[in-house]
Every structure is written in C-alpha cells, then in structure tokens.
Write a new protein. Structure first.
Length: 392
C-alpha cells in the first residue's frame, strides 16, 4: 500500500525556495476574509483591465500550468520526470456566445491533437460542457426534450460543436473526459454522452462521463451506464469525483421547492464514492476509470480493490488524478508505486483563468481541513529538510 505521508517523495520536485513560496500561499488561503475581500477587488480589476499578475501571480504559478499548451509543456515534462502524467484543461469559464463557445471548442481540439502527439505525457483530453454550451439551453433540455424552434437551432449548433470534438478524438484515438455540471444541467449532458458513446465508443472509450458521487442518483446512473455499454458492446469511460456544488445544489432545491439531488452528509458521499469504485472494478473488462479525488481513504481503497482482483498497479484502465498544486502527497507517492497518476493541469491567460482560480479558492476554503492539510504537509517537509541540513 502506498504511504501517502512520505513528504520527501511528495515534494521532491520542489526546491526549498519553491516549497517556502507554496507554504506562504497556503498559509494565506486559510484565512477566509482574504477571499471575501479579494474576490470583488479582483473582479473590478479584471473589468477595468488592471494588471492581475501582482494579485494572482503566486496562486497562478501553483495552480495553473501556463497561458497556453506550449507554455504548459515544461510543467508536464517536470511531472513526467516523476512518472506522473498530465491532463491539460483549458480553464475558460463564464463566457456565453457562439463565438466564445467556438473559440473554446477550437482550443479543446488543439489539446486533443497535442495529447495524440504527446501520448507519453497525456492520457486524456477534457472539457467542461458549459465552456462550449449555453447553460440556459442545457437546463431547458434537461427539463424538457421538446424545444421551441429557436432553441432547436441552438441545440443543433451545440450538437455539431460536441460532435466535432469527439470525431477528432476518435480519429486521434484520444479519450475525452466531459466534466460534470450542476444537476439541473446534467441530464442533457448525460443524454448527449450516451448518444456519442454509441457513435464513438465501439473500440475504445473516446467519450468519458464524470459522475459527482455526492449526488444521490449516481450509483443508479452508473448501473445504467454499465448496462448501456454491455447491451451495445461499447467501452465506458468514467471519472469519479465527489462534487463541487453542494451549497448551490441545496439552495436551488430550496428555491424550487424540490428535494435536493445531493447527499446531506459526508459519510453518505464517501460510501457512494467507494461503492462506485467497487462496481467499476467488478466491470473493468469494459471500463476505463479515473479516480479523481483528494481523499486518501478512497484512493487507498481503490489500490486495495486492485490488489484483491490481482490487477497490476499500472493497468491502463485505472487512473488516479488530482489537481495541479494539490494533494502532491497522494499523486507522487502513488506514482512512486507505479500506479497511473495524471494531474489536472489548468492552462489559460491569467485574465481568462481568473474565474477558475476564484472558484478553486472558494472550494478550498470550504473543504474541511484540506487547505490546513496541505499547509501541514508542506510545513512538515520544510522542517524535515531543515533538520537534515542541520545534521549535515
């Protein structure tokens, strides 16, 4: 079993100076008031085109690989030197026009071609549905498949955009993970993924869905996906995450007088996540899975399932994934034991990626103990290096 708390392995890729800089950032991120004050200031600065580097420079360097694929390549190579793969993620959020959607789709296609050219570093491409699709249209389609004439035209345009991505991915033999959205948009996404699975997943999992396991219907949906793949002789690809919109989901349910789609306790989510891993391993003959979590227990559980089924640690059907700049104690220690690990590498110019950075900071500040955990591990490694230096 991997030892996730070997900080020497976890942070070997960081110089002591880089370690100190990262430690200072996580120390600041523990203070919620900084985010509350800083968020509106950064939004104003972005609107007025003030330079954002002085405000976000250090955070950008930790959580973002660069402004373009070419700029991100050194970060990918550094990770590969530690036997870790990369998943470049063009992190553009908050746009809402056909021109913007087409621009993001073009960047996704570039990442697919880039992945095909760098298979030794990149196992998957990825995109977020709302990055290339109108959110209001996803919600309408999720509620009612019958659209009005104007929305039908918009939907046809959306489908062509999605199809162009998966067609290219199939030609390049690259699997594409589709990130999850809020529950009121997700039904349309799930329906599209089944359509495109049927079209492109006969020989490999070109189209991969993402299941947020804090949703109380995702175990049933996993069963449905496995049955669909079995009945149609397809390969299924799934990334498992816990979920990032818990408060938003509950608020939406309350406002719309409906039962929330998410579990209300963490143990329920944890149990669902682990059961999903178990179901997947039992059906691994037709699946490729990505265990995308910063949770040590679920990660350890998957390694245990693999050992019980006598599955090699480097079996290409099973992947572990964490975000760039987060949970290096999991990523690097897994990789040291020859498990398949792929870091999510957001990339985009700083102004474009700002909504992502703000959302990431908000998520980190609300995750119980995660920021504190990161700070503690960094501090432990710095103290270990100081002790070693003093001994010498």
């Amino acid at each position: 079993m991997p030892d996730f708390f070997n900080t020497e392995i976890a942070f070997a890729h960081l110089s002591t100076r880089e370690l100190q800089k990262t430690l200072r950032v996580f120390r600041l991120m523990q203070h919620a008031w900084i985010l509350k004050v800083g968020k509106p200031m950064l939004q104003i600065a972005n609107v007025l085109h003030f330079p954002l580097q002085p405000f976000l420079g250090k955070i950008y360097q930790i959580f973002v690989a660069g402004k373009s694929l070419a700029n991100a390549e050194p970060a990918m190579q550094q990770l590969r030197n530690s036997d870790i793969f990369s998943i470049p993620d063009y992190s553009a959020e908050g746009k809402n026009s056909d021109a913007a959607f087409d621009a993001v789709a073009d960047e996704i296609k570039k990442s697919i071609v880039f992945a095909a050219e760098h298979r030794n570093m990149i196992p998957f491409a990825v995109f977020k549905p709302s990055g290339i699709s109108p959110a209001d249209l996803l919600e309408k389609k999720s509620k009612n498949p019958e659209l009005n004439p104007e929305d039908k035209k918009r939907w046809e345009s959306l489908m062509k955009r999605w199809d162009s991505i998966f067609k290219l991915a199939a030609e390049q033999k690259v699997s594409v993970m589709v990130d999850a959205e809020e529950s009121w948009d997700q039904q349309a996404v799930d329906d599209m993924i089944f359509i495109f699975m049927l079209q492109y997943n006969a020989h490999m999992p070109v189209v991969m869905n993402t299941l947020q396991m804090y949703r109380n219907d995702r175990l049933d949906f996993l069963d449905k996906t496995i049955a669909y793949a079995t009945q149609n002789n397809l390969f299924a690809g799934i990334k498992f995450v816990r979920g990032a919109y818990h408060e938003k989901e509950n608020l939406y349910a309350s406002k719309n007088n409906r039962t929330s789609k998410v579990y209300q306790t963490k143990p329920e989510t944890d149990a669902a996540f682990n059961l999903a891993l178990k179901k997947s391993i039992e059906n691994i003959h037709l699946m490729t899975i990505v265990c995308a979590t910063h949770n040590e227990e679920s990660t350890q559980y998957l390694t245990q399932l693999m050992q019980e089924k006598e599955i090699e640690s480097n079996d290409r059907r099973i992947w572990f994934s964490q975000l760039l700049g987060m949970s290096n104690h999991i990523s690097f220690n897994l990789a040291a034991q020859k498990y398949n690990v792929a870091k999510y590498l957001p990339y985009a110019p700083i102004a474009t990626v700002m909504p992502y950075l703000l959302r990431r900071a908000e998520e980190n500040s609300s995750m119980r103990g995660q920021t504190l955990r990161e700070y503690g591990l960094l501090k432990t490694e710095l103290e270990r290096r100081i002790r070693k230096q003093n001994q010498n």
